[in-house]
Design a protein around this ligand. Structure first.
Ligand code: ADP
Ligand code: ZN
Length: 724
C-alpha cells in the first residue's frame, strides 16, 4: 500500500505530501516514523492509495498503537488548509498533545498487586512466623493495591516473597495525572427557572447556530450543562470552551461535580503529562466532555452532540500567532460534520456575531434578567477632569472612595479593575520630556517597583531604573500613569486593616498562583481584589458588591477599529461581577471622556442601543462586519528589506484591486509598533467586500507568500484582533 505522509518538520518549504510504501496496514491518521533525506523523522499518514508514480521509501514503524488523528480532524485539517491557508502540519500539531510528538511523554505505569490464589490456600501454606506476609494477604483480600504502598506498610521483603511464591500477581497499570485534582465540589441539584427553561427549549428547537445573549448572571452556565447532559444521555459527546479556564477554577469544579470523571480538561497551563493523559482519555472515549480554552476545539472526540463557546466575544478565541485559526469557524465545521448543536453565549456578543443573528443566520435567544431577578448593578460614570478641578488629584474619585469605605464597613467585598499592569506605565523626565524606551522595540518601558526595574511588555527585556534623565541630567523623573501595584499600595494606605489581593500577568507566573489569589478572595482572606483584564471574565463571587474601573477610557485609545466594542464589552463584563447574589451591587466608572457613547450605553446596559450606533459607524466607514480587513504584516531584522517587502506586497495587492472592485481599499504603512524584538514591522492593510472574500483573500495570501523569503517574514491576518 502507498501512504501519503505529512512530515513533522518546521519549515515552510516542506508542507507537502510525500508518498511512502509499506507491507503493513496502518490506519489513516497514524503517527509514523519515516526516512527523510539522510535521517528519520515523524509524520502523519493523511491518505492512502494503490499506486504512485514516484519512487518510494518504506515507513519504518507506527509510533502509537492507535491512529492519533481521527478521520473528522483529518478532514478539518484539510478544510483549514483550503479556507484559511493553514499549513497541514501546523493544524495537525493542534490535533495531538505536544507530549505525544517525539514520544516526549509516556503514560505513567505503576505496579499493581492482586491475589493470584484463594486467600485461605495462600495462608495455609505460609510459615507460622510469616506474620507480615499474612497481613498482606488479608489486605489484598479486600482488593488490589499498588506495590509501593504495600512495600511501605508491610516491608518489601514480605511482598517480594509472596510474589516469588506465586501467591500474588504483579501487573503494570496506567496512572492518571489529573490536573487540579483538588478542585472538586459537591453536587447541587438545580432546577431551571422558567426563563432558562424557555431559552433551553428555544436552543433545542432550532437547527441554526444558537446565540444565547444573556445578561451577566442570567444563568447561562446551567443551560450549557443541561445541553451537555442531554448529549451524554444520548450517547454523544460535548465540547465546552471558556476563555480563561486557568482563571476560572469554579467552572472546572462545577463541571466535575456535575459530570465527574467524564470531564477532561485541556488548556495550555497544564503540564505536558497532564495534557497527554487527559487527551488520551478523550481519544479512547473514557471522557466525553472536553472542557478548555481555545485549543480544546481540537479535542479528539467522536460523535460530538453539542459545542458551546462561552463568552464568545472574547479575543482569546482567535489565536494571535501561527497557526492563526478562528475558533468559531472550527466549531462550525465540527458542528456540521457531527450534526451537533453549536451554542455561542455572551452578555456582549461581538458585533460580527450579533449581526449574523439579526440577519437570521443564527437564532437569537435572550435572557434579559438575572437569576432570582436581582437587578443589574447601578453604574455611575465619573468625570475625572471634574475631580481634578475640585482639587482631588488622587487616583480614586470621591464617590469611589466613599463607596469603598461603605463596602468595607459592611464587611462586603470589592474589585478594582485597571487596564494596565506594572507600577506605572512609563517614566518621563519632567524637564525635557524624555521617556525611556526599549532598545529593541519602539515602546516605552514600564516601571516595576517590586524589583526596581524597567521592563518592556512586548519582548520582556529588563533595564535598570534611572535616577536621572540621560539626556538633560534632571533628577525629576515622574511616573506616568498608575498601575496595579500603585493601586494596591494606595488601598493599603487608605484601609490598613483590609487585605488587598492583586491579579495580573506579573502575579500569575507560577502555575497555581491564580487559583491561590482567587481562592484567597473567595474565602474572604482578601477583601479587595485589584486586577487587569484577568479579573473580568466569568467570576462568580457572591459577596462582591462594589466594582470600580479606573481609567475606563484607556482601551478607547488603542489603534484599532474595535476599540469601542472592546471597551463596551470590558465595562459590561466587569460590572457584571457586582451584586450577583442577594446583596445589591454598585459600579463606579472613572473616565476623562464621560460623554463618549460607549459609557452612555454601558451605563444603561443597553446592548442593542450600542450595537445600532456602533454598527452604523462601521457601516459608514466600511469596517467589519461590513467588510473583511486583511492585514499583511511584513517583518525583517533589516529595515530596508522589510520596507522593500512591504512595497512589493503593496504593488501586487494594488493590481488585484485594479482587476477586481471587491478589494476596495489598500493602505501601506509602518505598523503601529514599528519595531518589536529588533524586527522592523510594516503593514499592508486591505479592505475586501464580504461578497468577494472567497475569491480575493486567496489571491492576497499568494502575494504575501511570494514576499515571504530571504530574511523577510510575512504574516497574514483576516480581521486582526489587535493591530500593533
Ligand atoms: P452567567 O454565566 O449567565 O453569567 P451563571 O451561570 O454564572 O450566570 O449564574 C449566576 C448564578 O446563578 C450562579 O451562582 C448560579 O449557580 C446561579 N443559578 C443559575 N441558575 C440557577 C437556577 N436555576 N436556580 C438557582 N440558582 C441558579
Ligand atoms: Zn522590547
Amino acid at each position: 500500500m502507498i501512504y501519503e505522509v505529512i512530515v513533522d518538520i518546521s519549515n515552510g518549504e516542506v508542507d507537502r505530501v510525500f508518498d511512502y510504501s509499506s507491507e503493513n496496514v496502518y490506519p489513516v491518521g497514524s503517527r509514523v516514523k519515516v526516512p527523510f533525506g539522510k535521517t528519520f523523522t515523524e509524520g502523519f499518514i493523511i491518505g492512502e492509495k494503490e499506486t504512485t508514480l514516484v519512487k518510494t521509501k518504506d515507513i519504518v514503524r507506527a509510533e502509537d498503537d492507535f491512529a492519533a488523528v481521527k478521520p473528522e480532524l483529518l478532514e478539518l485539517v484539510k478544510f483549514l488548509k483550503r479556507t484559511q491557508n493553514l499549513r497541514l502540519i501546523d493544524s495537525l500539531r493542534l490535533c495531538v498533545p505536544s507530549g505525544l510528538r517525539g514520544n516526549a511523554v509516556k503514560t505513567l505505569k505503576k505496579n499493581f498487586l492482586t491475589l493470584a490464589v484463594a486467600a485461605e490456600d495462600a495462608k495455609s501454606s505460609l510459615k507460622a512466623n510469616s506474620v507480615r506476609q499474612g497481613e498482606v494477604i488479608d489486605r489484598l483480600t479486600a482488593g488490589g493495591e499498588y506495590e509501593s504502598v504495600l512495600n511501605k506498610e508491610y516491608g518489601a521483603s514480605a511482598v517480594k516473597s509472596l510474589i516469588e511464591k506465586g501467591f500474588v500477581k504483579r501487573e503494570q497499570v496506567a496512572l492518571r495525572r489529573t490536573p487540579y485534582s483538588g478542585l472538586v465540589a459537591e453536587k447541587k441539584e438545580i432546577k431551571l427557572t422558567p426563563d432558562q427553561q424557555r431559552a433551553y427549549e428555544e436552543i433545542n428547537n432550532t437547527d441554526k447556530t444558537a446565540l444565547l445573549h444573556g445578561v451577566t448572571g442570567s444563568g447561562k452556565t446551567e443551560i450549557y450543562m443541561r445541553l451537555i447532559s442531554d448529549a451524554i444521555e444520548k450517547g454523544r459527546t460535548a465540547i465546552m470552551l471558556v476563555p480563561e479556564i486557568s482563571l476560572t477554577p469554579q467552572m472546572l469544579m462545577l463541571f466535575r461535580s456535575r459530570f465527574g470523571d467524564t470531564v477532561a480538561l485541556l488548556h495550555s497551563g497544564m503540564s505536558d503529562g497532564e495534557r497527554y493523559d487527559e487527551w488520551l482519555r478523550l481519544h479512547r472515549g473514557e471522557a466525553k466532555v472536553a472542557l478548555g480554552a481555545r485549543s480544546a476545539i481540537f479535542a479528539p472526540l467522536e460523535n460530538v452532540g453539542v459545542i458551546i463557546i462561552d463568552e464568545e466575544h472574547d479575543n482569546s478565541y482567535v489565536s494571535e500567532s501561527n497557526p492563526r485559526f478562528f475558533t468559531h469557524d472550527v466549531a462550525a465545521f465540527r458542528a456540521s460534520y457531527n450534526d451537533a448543536k453549536l451554542v455561542l453565549g455572551s452578555a456582549t456578543p461581538s458585533l460580527n456575531t450579533y449581526k449574523k443573528a439579526l440577519d437570521g443566520e443564527y437564532e437569537l435567544i435572550q435572557l434579559k434578567n438575572r437569576v432570582h431577578d436581582n437587578a443589574l448593578p447601578d453604574m455611575d460614570i465619573i468625570d475625572m477632569r471634574r475631580e481634578i478641578r475640585a482639587g482631588n488629584n488622587g487616583m480614586f474619585s470621591r464617590l469611589l472612595l466613599s463607596e469603598l469605605d461603605g463596602c468595607m464597613k459592611r464587611n462586603e467585598q470589592a474589585m478594582i479593575f485597571i487596564n494596565r499592569r506594572g507600577y506605572s506605565s512609563f517614566l518621563r523626565c519632567k524637564a525635557c520630556g524624555y521617556v525611556p524606551k526599549c532598545t529593541d522595540c519602539e515602546v516605552s518601558l514600564t516601571y516595576h517597583r517590586e524589583d526596581d526595574r524597567l521592563k518592556c511588555h512586548y519582548c520582556g527585556k529588563q533595564f535598570y531604573n534611572l535616577d536621572s534623565c540621560p539626556i538633560c541630567g534632571n533628577k525629576h523623573l515622574t511616573q506616568g500613569r498608575i498601575g496595579t501595584e500603585t493601586v494596591v499600595e494606595e488601598l493599603q494606605r487608605l484601609f490598613p486593616d483590609v487585605e488587598v489581593g492583586r491579579l495580573d500577568n506579573d502575579t500569575v507566573t507560577a502555575k497555581d498562583s491564580a487559583a491561590k489569589i482567587l481562592g484567597d478572595f473567595r474565602n474572604g482572606k482578601t477583601r479587595i481584589l485589584v486586577g487587569t483584564q484577568m479579573i473580568v471574565k466569568g467570576h462568580d463571587f457572591k459577596d462582591v458588591t462594589l466594582v470600580g474601573v479606573l481609567d475606563a477610557d484607556l482601551s478607547l485609545y488603542y489603534a484599532d477599529y474595535r476599540s469601542n466594542e472592546t471597551t463596551f464589552q470590558l465595562i459590561t463584563q466587569v460590572a457584571g461581577r457586582a451584586g450577583r447574589d442577594a446583596l445589591p451591587g454598585k459600579v463606579v466608572i472613572q473616565t476623562y471622556n464621560p460623554n463618549h457613547y460607549v459609557f452612555r450605553f454601558a451605563r444603561a446596559y443597553d446592548y442593542e442601543g450600542f450595537y445600532e450606533k456602533e454598527a452604523s459607524v462601521r457601516e459608514a466607514t466600511r469596517f467589519p462586519p461590513y467588510s473583511k480587513i486583511v492585514r499583511i504584516l511584513v517583518k525583517s531584522e533589516d529595515e530596508e528589506k522589510a520596507l522593500k517587502g512591504a512595497r512589493e506586497c503593496y504593488n501586487a495587492v494594488r493590481e488585484i484591486k485594479t482587476a477586481d472592485k471587491s478589494l476596495f481599499r489598500v493602505q501601506a504603512m509602518k505598523a503601529p509598533v514599528g519595531r518589536i524584538s529588533n524586527e522592523y514591522r510594516f503593514q499592508v492593510v486591505c479592505w475586501v467586500e464580504c461578497e468577494g472574500e472567497e475569491k480575493i483573500i486567496p489571491l492576497i495570501y499568494k502575494e504575501a507568500e511570494a514576499v515571504n523569503k530571504r530574511g523577510v517574514v510575512t504574516f497574514l491576518e483576516v480581521n486582526p484582533t489587535s493591530m500593533r
